[in-house]
Design a protein around this ligand. Structure first.
Ligand code: IYR
Length: 333
């Protein structure tokens, strides 16, 4: 796999492709970042971008994980002290998930976002940006009837973070896309370059395959889950015996979340995936890539129940080290 393939595998888009190709020409020492509103426990959404950060590190990138404490505060996630406490716990879980300690720097937003220069640039960006644009940028991060001023400031600060963290690549889920587009359009107005952005897909709701999985609604998977929790959640998941549950719907409203988790979480981390089956059902199946597993499901050669059993085992293995770190943090507190 060449550097560009590794950098972009499983990504929905790189903005722009030619900028992505330029980074891939000499990735060694380049810097990528993702920002997370601290919540204390890593969930499957965090893990999706973390897997991309691992890809980037394997390609030679250095990584900054922004623990976006001020953003979480602006998003009404609690008092500043509560947020700081949960953020501290997340570091160990990220490393346990597989980020390379040597190539990962953790930064709190509050370390630089109160600096006079940052605040002045923020005000300059406020002058550059219409209120409706800032509001639209936030639609997929926070929705509600009465929009607070904090929600308009939030995406402008996220745009400025890219400048102040001096990164070559901003990474985020597709829900961050509009914030990144705002950054690309408005930063030149204050004399800064448009950043290159890479977006990871959204995973469908585990139970229905409709919409997107969310930590706040529906079923999510996190480092808090026990092995039994994961088995139960994966067992109850929507997994029709096909990769495209509604072939007639061009918008693909419905997805197969079990396959998505294989594609975005398991295959990037394992060279071979074994689906264990008793001999009377044909014995074990071994896959070295996602496509052949999905094709077997489509063809009826792999039963959804067997796919789910394997998925639960691999997910549990991926989560186990972070689960242990979380338990340590809780028992120390
Ligand atoms: N908007 C993100 C959190 C966030 C991301 C970045 I990249 C920042 O520079 C700041 C905050 C979220 O929705 O979690």
């Amino acid at each position: 796999m060449d550097a560009y393939e590794r950098i972009t595998r499983n990504a929905t888009e790189v903005v722009t492709e030619s900028e992505g190709r330029e980074l891939a020409e000499d990735p060694e020492g380049k810097r990528a970042y993702v920002g997370y509103e601290p919540s204390g426990v890593l969930h499957i959404g965090h893990m999706l971008t973390a897997t991309k950060l691992i890809d980037l590190q394997e390609a030679g990138f250095e990584v900054t994980v922004l623990l976006a404490d001020v953003h979480a505060y602006l998003n009404d996630k609690g008092t500043f002290e509560e947020i700081r406490e949960t953020a501290e716990r997340m570091k160990a879980q990220f490393l346990a998930y597989g980020l390379d300690e040597e190539r990962t720097e953790f930064v709190y937003g509050s370390e630089f976002q109160f600096d006079r220069e940052y605040v002045l640039d923020l005000h300059a960006l406020e002058l550059e940006t219409t209120l409706s644009r800032a509001e639209r940028a936030m639609a997929e991060i926070k929705s509600g009837d009465s929009v607070r001023v904090s929600q308009a400031v939030y995406p402008l600060m996220q745009a400025l973070d890219i400048v102040y963290l001096d990164v070559d690549l901003a990474v985020g889920g597709m829900e961050q896309r509009k914030v990144h587009m705002l950054a690309r359009d408005t930063l030149p107005g204050i004399g800064e370059a448009s950043p290159t952005c890479l977006h990871t897909p959204l995973i469908a709701d585990l139970d229905t395959g409709v919409g997107k999985m969310s930590a706040s609604e529906g079923v999510s998977i996190s480092m808090e889950d026990s092995t039994a929790d994961i088995e139960r959640k994966v067992n109850d998941a929507f997994c029709p015996p096909t990769r495209d549950p509604d072939p007639d719907d061009e918008g693909r409203e419905r997805e197969n979340p079990v396959l998505q988790i294989f594609e975005y979480h398991v295959f990037p981390r394992y060279d071979t995936v074994v689906v264990e089956r008793p001999d009377e059902y044909g014995g074990d199946l071994t896959y070295t890539d996602y496509e052949s597993l999905a094709a077997d499901l489509d063809a009826g050669a792999l039963h959804p129940a067997d796919a789910k059993g394997a998925l639960a085992t691999y997910l549990d293995e991926l989560i186990a080290p972070g689960r242990a770190k979380l338990r340590d943090a809780i028992s120390d507190a």
